[in-house]
Design a protein around this ligand. Structure first.
Ligand SMILES: *[C@@H]1O[C@H](CO)[C@@H](O)[C@H](O)[C@H]1NC(C)=O
Ligand SMILES: *[C@@H]1O[C@H](CO)[C@@H](O)[C@H](O)[C@H]1NC(C)=O
Length: 231
């Protein structure tokens, strides 16, 4: 027999620095990340900071059928528009979010219910329909932050929400994008997908003069809450 003792479960991000990146909000800026394995009970979270009240924060879809998630700032409020097959739903929370301070966004799924939270304030929306999976992982798009790559302009049929390409791009900072990707179901902090050498793994600013990306190291992380309540 060996003695056993319980170690307290702690999530500590000791000395870990949160890397934030800048999106210029130019006509072609965006950042690209791995597919979100949203499943039936996935979570996704990130923080943003901006002085503008409008802009596309995040978009991902099922490759052009029905399902999508679109998160944007509309008049300084946070709006989630999504579809899991039973029709588009809209949830709006928060106000004065273009105030130049950091704000934390969380999307939490639990079967038919999807919760949008900003700075701890939540709103829940319930989807209609029979199944609530987010597309099929293999066919889903990557996760785009701040804008859409311009090649979508000539491939609108690949978008479940074609209007997304007309959204004003986000101009500000993003950090701590956390979700489960691939076959992995444990949320983790996402690294920008490395892309062609042109973009060097940083927000890709297409077109004319490409300034070197500004990536700033910000103050210490807040501790993530990855507790999940969906049963
Ligand atoms: C979804 O939300 C409704 C209303 O809040 C609640 O009654 C139901 O139990 C929730 N479903 C799940 C799977 O959590
Ligand atoms: C989420 O869903 C997966 C797969 O259906 C399941 O294994 C897991 O226990 C669920 N987690 C929670 C907290 O509901």
């Amino acid at each position: 027999m060996h003695s056993s003792f319980a170690l307290p479960f702690l999530v500590v991000s000791l000395g870990q620095m949160a890397l934030s990146f800048v999106l210029e909000g130019s006509a072609t800026s965006y950042a690209q990340f791995r597919k979100w394995n949203a499943g039936l009970n996935g979570t996704l979270e990130f923080e943003f900071k901006t002085e503008q009240g409008n802009g596309l924060l995040l978009y991902t879809d099922d490759g052009g059928t029905y399902d999508f998630f679109e998160v944007k700032l509309v008049e300084s409020a946070l709006r989630l528009r999504y579809n899991l097959g039973g029709g588009a739903q809209i949830v709006t929370v928060g106000h004065d979010l273009g105030d130049g301070h950091w704000h934390k966004v969380q999307i939490t799924r639990c079967n038919e219910n999807t919760t949008l939270t900003v700075d701890g304030v939540s709103a829940v929306s319930t989807s209609r329909g029979k199944e609530f999976e987010f597309g099929k992982l293999a066919g889903n798009s990557d996760v785009y932050v701040g804008g859409m790559p311009s090649w979508y302009n000539s491939k609108l049929t690949l978008l479940a929400l074609p209007s997304v390409i007309f959204e004003p791009r986000f101009n500000g900072l993003i950090r701590n994008l956390v979700y489960a990707d691939g076959e992995n179901t444990v949320p983790r902090r996402q690294e920008m997908k490395s892309r062609d050498a042109k973009c060097g793994g940083f927000p890709c600013v297409e077109g004319v003069k490409r300034k070197s990306p500004r990536v700033s190291t910000e103050e210490r992380d807040s501790v993530f809450s990855v507790s999940r309540f969906c049963l």
